[in-house]
Design a binder for this molecule. Structure first.
Ligand SMILES: CC(C)(COP(=O)(O)OP(=O)(O)OC[C@H]1O[C@@H](n2cnc3c(N)ncnc32)[C@H](O)[C@@H]1OP(=O)(O)O)[C@@H](O)C(=O)NCCC(=O)NCCS
Length: 151
């Protein structure tokens, strides 16, 4: 989780939830504000907070705007990693993907993110090349299509 997000949550929980779902724009890590895509966000819990997973999309198309690397993003807090939670969460969110009418999702990870690559492969991810990493010059983003089954 970003420290900034946790700070916002503690400062004003109602405002945090409102912004999470209803603000017309989101702020990118580089500070730019771009239109918010429709999204489903989940917090991952084993009784304690473990992390988050989100699915964002443009209705009716697999295309994404250039500011979004992929449909799904996830983070597990360091003290809950390597318990299979990210792999399980990705498997679980695929039913939401289907319910929105999609049969597959694009997920990308940094070329040196072995953990995330394994999470994607554990869910049937099919490699689809790589693109330059805009935030980390010299590094690449690996692209994968993860099948979600028939909508
Ligand atoms: C990547 C991340 C989501 C993995 O979460 P996780 O819950 O630990 O993942 P899982 O427990 O489901 O692990 C899946 C596999 O990856 C392996 N793995 C997990 N973290 C790893 C790491 N840092 N290095 C190498 N392998 C790792 C696990 O051992 C497991 O391997 P196995 O299938 O052979 O048993 C987590 O490390 C994280 O939040 N990182 C920071 C944010 C991030 O990178 N998000 C993804 C952006 S694309």
């Amino acid at each position: 989780m970003s420290a900034e997000q946790l700070h916002q949550l503690r400062r004003d929980p109602e405002r945090f939830l409102h912004d999470l779902y209803h603000s017309p724009t989101i702020r990118l890590p580089d500070g730019r504000h771009v239109p918010r895509l429709p999204a489903h966000d989940f917090w991952i819990s084993d009784g304690e907070f473990c992390g988050r997973i989100g699915f964002r999309f443009q209705p009716g198309t697999e295309e994404l705007p250039p500011t979004a690397y992929g449909h799904i993003g996830y983070t597990i807090v360091p003290w809950k990693q390597r318990r299979g939670y990210a792999s399980q969460a990705l498997g679980m969110i695929l039913s939401v993907v289907r319910s929105e009418g999609f049969s597959r999702v694009l997920i990308t990870c940094d070329d040196d993110n072995e953990g995330s690559r394994k999470v994607i492969l554990a869910n049937g991810g099919v490699p689809d090349g790589m693109v330059p990493h805009l935030g980390r010059p010299g590094r690449l983003k690996l692209r994968f299509w993860v099948p979600a089954g028939e909508p």
